[in-house]
Design a protein. Sequence first.
Length: 345
Amino acid sequence: MFTAMHSQAVQELHFCHKEQLNAVIAIHNLRLGPALGGCRFLPYDSEQEAITDALRLAKGMSYKAALARVPQGGGKAVIMAPKGQFKRQKLFKQFGEFIHSLSGRYITAMDSGTQVGDMDDIRSQTPFVSSSSEIGDPSPSTAQGVALGIATAVQFKFSQDVASMRVAIQGLGHVGLALAEHLYLKGAELIVCDVDDKKSRLAHEKFNARVVAVEDIYKQECEVFSPCGLGAILNDKNIDELKCNVIAGCANNQLQTDDMGLKLHEKGILYAPDYVINSGGLIFASSRFRGLKPTEITHEINKLKNTLDKIFVLSNTKNKACHEIANEMAEHILFGNPPELQEAV
């Protein structure tokens, strides 16, 4: 277990077993503040799979928080969904007690398999929750940040705005659909796909989007490919099919391996690192937890433009892949200069 923690540089790993609750909380880094990260509630095949997921995702949250400039570190929680019947409200209240026992070292939020009602149940036991019904839905802020990131990447690549640019959106969930609206209002030409035909039809009706089959989205002639579905979708099977100049979307862990990022760089495709461009939701959760006003939250999200511009410029000048530059910047913040010196980074 310590070897696995070391491989992801995770500082703390906490376990809770109480009746039907089997939960893990991984705290990656506390240098910038208490760990903030979502709670997954999934039917894991094994305990080891759940632990591995928590460790990997906690690291990603630290990097995301560092480059989003929020005063939190990175953490992640996973709950193994019980087999058979269980009382959901009781389970999440017990999980709230588990969080509270960490005395504020970890702040939770929604993630795969959890919903606002679960966060409210957790909040009944602890204040260390950042996405209850009282706080609100982070999805619009994520979409806002991704739209800004696409505009930034397009400006850098083409010295133009997104009007008349062709954007292929893969996945029309809460964020993907909201992103489509942002881009439509800016005059972009949309190409979309989703496993749910209803969502694709909605995008066609509302945003005049051209609908294509899920397996054909990679082959579309476009300026921007925007992955907004599952992770690891940029892989050896499809990366050579891409006919785009920019990749910028809200999906997590888009690169199947780091080699895919290097391949994109070699092909001249500008890649907006996923954990940077999709950090609007994290900024929202952090800001609301700290009591910031909507105008202040928008101001914080708008800072993503400067971060992305810096990544793109350094990628060009150093001839290194964008994801490598982003990782170096995050690691400099997390493990380099003391926090009070980070403004220079």
